[in-house]
Ligand binder design. Structure first.
Ligand code: ZN
Length: 304
């Protein structure tokens, strides 16, 4: 069994939106049991948008994941959602005084640090998961995703951007694996796309310090790189954020090839609507927690 978790106190993070280029303040507030994760557009008064796949705007979610409730949007939510998934945070209000979350250093590491500094507390209600109950697969052009039952969250992800840029990574979520394998992986783009994105009014806050930029044959900013296979690890970071857009975490084994935000969220929505996800208390997640409790390990190692 796993207890629900929230923060012990609010934490504030300031930064610039990747696409809007606007400076914003993001404040993460604790929330009670069964509240879930909800965005609050404080610049618009009391506009609250739940972090749920039913609010994902398919048209707007090409280069980032965008929620839209019919009136207001919240853009580029995926890195925060990924950090919350990786740190097992279930209840939280993410207050933002603008339309787009800050990109920070292009990874979710600053969010992990902020959440950890805010402190994490266990609550009094059990957290149930959604378990994938049957094999499903989705194909859209060259994109592919399959889901099948597992007691853990596992993903086998592959990207293929041509010669030298075929990367594959297999990841299993546990109490420590998110921070050690995924959180530092930065977002990336291709130099050849920057002009196009700027012309579309996107990537205005992008820079060589918050995205890995691939030139013709090599990275323009290799000093910013943490992993040789960082692009695919970042795709897993994004996928972990997109898959957390239900009212509880998901366990299952996923295989993804050449995915993107719109495809990830469409597949997730389809799994949810078709009843391929069922409420469950996964054995593996509970045994992880029991082991941590027995050994007295700190659940969230800090200061890495
Ligand atoms: Zn990303």
């Amino acid at each position: 069994m796993r207890w629900q978790r929230t923060l012990t106190k609010p934490v504030e993070i300031r930064g610039t939106g990747l696409h809007s280029g606007r400076d914003v303040a993001l404040v993460l507030h604790p929330a009670p049991e069964n509240h879930g994760i909800v965005f609050h557009r404080s610049d618009l008064g009391s506009v609250y948008i739940p972090a749920h796949v039913r609010y994902v705007s398919k048209e707007r979610s090409t280069l980032s994941t965008v929620l839209f409730d019919g009136q207001a949007t919240v853009q580029t939510i995926e890195h925060l959602m990924s950090a919350l998934n990786g740190l097992y945070i279930d209840n939280l209000v993410a207050e933002i005084n603008g339309a787009e979350l800050p990109i920070l250093d292009g990874s979710s590491r600053p969010l992990v640090v902020a959440v950890s500094e805010g402190g994490i507390v266990e609550q009094k209600k059990e957290q149930k998961f959604y378990r994938v109950v049957r094999f499903e697969e989705f194909v859209s052009g060259d994109k592919y995703l399959s889901a099948e039952p597992s007691d853990r969250f596992e993903v086998d992800y592959e990207i293929d951007f041509g010669p030298g840029l075929l990367q594959r990574y297999r990841f299993t979520l546990s109490e420590s694996s998110y921070e050690s394998e995924i959180a530092r992986a930065k977002t990336f783009c291709f130099e050849s796309d920057i002009h196009k994105m700027r012309a579309m009014g996107l990537a205005r806050g992008g820079s060589l310090s918050n995205a890995l930029v691939m030139g013709k044959n090599a990275l323009l900013n290799p000093d910013q790189q943490t992993y040789a296979d960082e692009f695919v690890r970042h795709k897993i970071l994004d996928f972990l954020g997109d898959v957390r857009l239900l009212d509880r975490p998901v366990v299952g084994r996923f295989v993804v090839r050449r995915g993107g935000h719109a495809f990830h969220t469409e597949c997730l929505r389809s799994l949810w609507e078709k009843g391929s996800l069922a409420l469950s208390t996964p054995k593996a997640a509970s045994s992880d927690r029991e082991r941590s409790a027995v050994s007295g390990e700190k659940l969230l190692p800090l200061g890495q």
